[in-house]
Each structure stands twice: as C-alpha cells, then as structure tokens.
Design a binder for this molecule. Structure first.
Ligand code: ZN
Length: 156
C-alpha cells in the first residue's frame, strides 16, 4: 500500500505547495494535518510517539528535485505535497543520492508523473530497507564496546 492513497484525492492530484522554512513547525506539520500521515513512509516509525522521534521528522521529495529539473517537471508539481512523504532523518539519509535505475520516458502528463512517483517510491523503499538491514547488522555487533579495556577488578 502506498502512503499517497490516504492523501486528499488519493494523492493523484496536486494538493498544495510546500511553504516555509521550518519542517516541524511549518510545512512538515502542515503536511501531517493535510494528509493525516504521522509515520515515516519508509520504516513506519510514528513521529507522534515521542519527542525524540518527532525531532527526526523530515519531509522527503519522492521524485527528487534533480530528476524533476532534468525532466522539466514544473516546480508546482515537484514541490507539491503529492510528491512528498514523511521520512525520519535516518531513512532520509540512506537514500539522498538516489537516481532512478531506469531512465524511461519523461512524464508528459500529470498521470504519468504520478506513475513515475509511485515507481520511484517503491524503488527507494527497497533501497532504504536494504541499508537499514546493513546498519542493523552492524549495530548488533556492538561496535562501541571499548577495546583493550583492562579487566574490571572485583573487590574481595
Ligand atoms: Zn524512517
């Protein structure tokens, strides 16, 4: 299931432009109120579950600005809520150099743009899930445990 399905008009029409400079106070919050979304579209963490989690809230372009620019997609569309998902800062950082695997035809209609968005979202979700798995495996090795630590002497 795609997160866009719960956006106004099923996420298949422009909703409104991202505005403002502060995600948590302005556009990200406006996005949550407009779309009803409260979770990272990639890992599912709920931004309303704790203050620490809420601090990691970002809004992520699905079709990246660079791709939109190259494909001459109007900025009204690339900066619209319909091209955004909520993302935690970790998931956002896992995929910030994304380029589509296959070039494909440039979208020449709003419908084609949303098809491209859905395809790219699926591709990016897979990439992010793989990176999370690698990070989790590294985490599990407890890499922070000090090396060459003298054994703790127990008091007699
Ligand atoms: Zn996430």
């Amino acid at each position: 299931m795609l997160p866009f399905e719960n956006y106004p008009d099923g996420g298949r029409k422009p909703i409104k432009r991202v505005k403002g400079s502060n995600c948590r106070h302005e556009y990200g919050n406006d996005f949550m109120r407009t779309t009803g979304q409260t979770r990272c579209a990639y890992c599912g963490v709920d931004f309303t579950s704790s203050f620490e989690t809420w601090l990691t809230l970002t809004l992520d372009h699905v079709v990246p600005s660079s791709v939109c620019l190259a494909a001459q997609i109007p900025v009204e569309l690339s900066e619209d809520f319909a091209n955004q998902v909520l993302s935690c800062s970790a998931c956002n950082s896992f995929c910030n150099r994304y380029a589509p695997a296959e070039k494909g035809a440039l979208p020449n209609s709003i419908e084609a743009f949303f098809d491209l968005r859905d395809r790219i979202f699926g591709e990016r979700k897979g990439i992010i899930a793989d990176r999370r798995k690698v990070e989790f495996q590294f985490f599990e090795t407890k890499p922070w445990v000090p090396v060459n630590r003298a054994p703790v002497l127990e008091h007699a």
